[in-house]
Write a protein that binds this ligand. Structure first.
Ligand code: SAM
Length: 289
């Protein structure tokens, strides 16, 4: 193991200055500079010596290094070409790290898992660029990839929405979407001070463990219902579902809600995932989509 670890703020500054690196706000570059947080993320993600790990956005390699010390292999996808020569230097002592230059939303992750990560199931660990948190999470959980868990640092506000309970302001389409696919857990709250530069928002680390068996509901109809319901979240569920999006008349929706034991006056935020599933199953049985 190296005696100088990458999370030392002095070392980070020295490397960045030597390479003349300028942070890109646009790419969500806030690098970790706290050893405890870095170690904690990897420990709480449950990374072990046999694990294959995909990291998104290694930056200068701080989290990558901790992963490399604890797992079998890390593949890290970084969009910013200015970081590549830095990563070449900072991770040169680790032969179980592979850096790929690219945009994670454009990379063929399925192929990458098959060709470079032992075929899976893999674990994803990342301090995500906040400007693309939701599309990245959506891609990882929706695309039927062989992923066991996703442990990511995200904005605290987004983490709160993911773990929100029905009846709260934070509960919404994102909550239902993520909880449909995953068991979710907040692992850590993270202060702004552990990043260089400091972001404007607080952060949290969440672990999303992908469910082995999903509810057999028609996903297309289910998410159509969820979207329509939360699109007009201040309306009653009866009115929001009777809107144009679902193309079903109000009396049919009323019947479906009554059969599902959902009060007509409820709002989307009062419905549990199971309620959305019941509605979707009844809509599916009408064979109109
Ligand atoms: N992992 C490093 C750390 O914790 O110090 C850096 C985290 S920083 C919040 C996010 C990283 O993601 C940056 O290195 C940024 O260049 C990279 N990035 C941004 N958008 C990306 C994308 N679409 N695909 C891959 N990497 C991306």
């Amino acid at each position: 193991m190296k005696d100088k670890r990458l999370y030392s703020p002095k070392y980070v500054r020295e490397i960045l200055d030597r390479f003349g690196f300028k942070f890109s706000k646009q790419l969500g570059q806030n690098f970790l500079i706290d050893g405890n947080i870095v170690r904690n993320i990897v420990a709480k993600a449950g990374i072990g010596k046999e694990d294959y790990v995909l990291e998104i956005g290694p930056g200068i390699g701080t989290l990558t290094e901790e992963l490399a010390l604890n797992c079998k292999k890390v593949v890290a996808v970084e969009i910013d070409k200015n970081l590549l020569p830095i990563l070449d230097e900072t991770l040169r002592d680790y032969d179980n790290v592979e850096i790929i230059h690219g945009d994670i939303l454009k990379v063929d992750v399925k192929k990458l898992i098959e060709e470079k990560l032992g075929g899976g199931p893999i674990k994803v660990v990342a301090n995500l660029p906040y400007y693309v948190t939701t599309p990245i999470i959506a891609m990882l959980i929706e695309e039927d990839l062989n992923i066991e868990s996703i442990t990511v640092m995200i904005q605290k506000e987004v983490a709160d929405r993911i773990v929100a309970k029905p009846g709260t302001k934070q509960y919404g389409a994102l909550t239902v979407f993520v909880n449909f696919y995953c068991d979710v857990e907040i692992l850590l709250s993270v202060p702004k001070t552990v990043f260089m530069p400091s972001p404007k928002v607080d952060s949290a680390v969440v672990k999303l463990s992908l469910k082995k068996a999903l509810d057999p509901v028609d996903k297309r109809i289910f998410f159509k219902v969820v979207k329509a319901a939360f699109n007009q979240r201040r309306k009653t569920i009866l009115n929001s579902l009777a809107s144009v999006q679902l193309d079903v008349d109000k009396s049919t929706i009323k019947g479906i809600l009554e059969e599902s034991n959902i009060p007509l006056s409820a709002r989307a935020e009062n419905l549990k995932i199971e309620d959305f599933i019941k509605i979707s199953e009844r809509l599916a049985s009408l064979n109109i989509y």
